[in-house]
Write a protein that binds this ligand. Structure first.
Ligand code: PLP
Length: 213
């Protein structure tokens, strides 16, 4: 099946209120353009250099999301154009994003990453740290925290995955307001479960573009 077909099949199952981020990491520009020509405008990448390069080469109306772990010393390369930074997991990073946003005369939308998986390798604030991170973030005038993101444990155990998504939704419900409107959870393997648990934004890669090598 073509990329356009796979994209449309997924889009048809999604409610209009759900934002689809097409995760194009490792995929060539030709694949991204296929999705673009089928109407997709939001793409996610997890490597700064790849993201910056693709943004330069591809149509200007693409909204680029940085979805991976972001190192402070690389923020400057994406600050001029990035549309949403998903994986904000420290105040140090927030501070750097704020500084670079200010230098570019703009405000940058961010999601706080929250650690919901049992795996210790996943980055993020603890559930109990979200509220204090949010209040600290208020001092940064060139950052807008628009929501939360989380990744579930990589497991076939749908009960566990559901439980982890539920825990993030619970935190989200306590902080959501006119600005904090995005709950980003769910990837190719678990986006349906995530939506059932209240996700408003899903990050789907391989189900659109095929497996990555
Ligand atoms: C790669 C990646 C995705 C997409 O994964 P798929 O399983 O291919 O849909 C989603 N979120 C993050 C943070 C990723 O790094």
């Amino acid at each position: 099946m073509s990329i356009a077909n796979k994209l449309n099949l997924i889009k048809n199952t999604l409610d209009n209120s759900i934002t689809l981020v097409a995760v194009s990491k490792t995929k060539p520009n030709t694949s991204i353009l296929e999705a673009y020509n089928a109407g997709q405008r939001i793409f996610g990448e997890n490597k700064v250099q790849e993201l910056a390069q693709k943004a330069e080469q591809l149509p200007e109306d693409i909204q680029w999301h940085m979805i991976g772990h972001l190192q402070s010393n690389k923020v400057k390369f994406i600050a001029p154009f990035v549309s949403l930074i998903h994986g904000v997991d420290s105040l140090k990073l927030l501070k750097e994003i704020n500084k670079r946003a200010e230098q570019n005369n703009r405000s940058i939308d961010c999601l706080l990453q929250v650690h919901i998986a049992t795996e210790s390798t996943k980055f993020g604030f603890g559930i109990n740290e979200v509220e204090s991170a949010l209040s600290e973030a208020k001092q940064f005038e060139n950052i807008k925290i628009v929501g939360l993101m989380g990744m579930a444990t990589f497991t076939e155990d749908t009960k566990q995955v559901t439980q982890e998504f539920k825990s993030l939704k619970t935190v989200f419900d306590t902080i959501k307001n006119d600005t904090i409107t995005t709950l980003c959870m769910g990837m190719s393997g678990d986006y349906k479960l995530a939506i059932e648990q209240g996700s408003t934004m899903v990050r789907v890669g391989s189900a659109i573009f095929g497996n990555r090598n």
